[in-house]
Design a protein around this ligand. Structure first.
Ligand code: FES
Ligand code: FES
Length: 165
């Protein structure tokens, strides 16, 4: 066991962890942040994506001890303290880009990373930007539309029937 200290969504944590434990399992089992999902467990699907020191990582491929001293953001940090959803989360809801929801936390982390690097991505850049995250339900179209919408780039013809708050 080794003691680690890290910041997650702005809060400081100190825990004793097994040296072989992944960051994904640490977040879910030791900290209780179960928003981050385990899909493949092998760095292939993106379901476990979180921010670590400002960059996205597959938390299934990072050991918890490697995150000692790190600053993390998980999907739980995306929602405001009053429970209101972020603009990206609202766009996902508006476009039915969430179906079973299993890929959604990781997908939103990846979209957030994309928009930090490229605030107005083209449709092709969005498609390319989310290619590391697998979604088995939506066919990706709604996710791409949600990203274009949140960046103010959705053509008017595709906005019909959408509810904006
Ligand atoms: S669970 Fe980590 S990439 Fe699939
Ligand atoms: S919404 Fe089900 S896997 Fe993406």
């Amino acid at each position: 066991m080794r003691k680690i200290r890290l910041r997650i969504n702005g809060d400081l944590y100190e825990r004793d962890v097994r040296e072989s434990k992944t960051l994904l399992h640490f977040l879910r089992e030791d900290v209780g942040l179960t928003g981050t999902k385990e899909g493949c467990g092998a760095g292939e699907c993106g379901a476990c994506t979180v921010f670590m020191n400002g960059e996205t990582v597959n938390s299934c491929l990072v050991l918890a001890v490697e995150a000692d001293g790190a600053d993390l953001q998980t999907i739980e940090g995306e929602t405001a303290e009053d429970g209101s959803l972020s603009a990206v989360q609202q766009a996902f809801a508006r476009h039915h880009a969430v179906q079973c929801g299993f890929c959604t936390p990781g997908m939103i982390m990846t979209v957030k990373d994309l928009l930090q690097r490229k605030p107005k991505p083209t449709r092709e850049e969005v498609i390319h930007g989310i290619e590391s995250n697998f979604c088995r339900c939506t066919g990706y179209q709604q996710i791409v539309e949600a990203v274009l919408d949140v960046t103010g780039q959705l053509p008017d013809s595709e906005k019909e029937g959408l509810k904006y708050v």
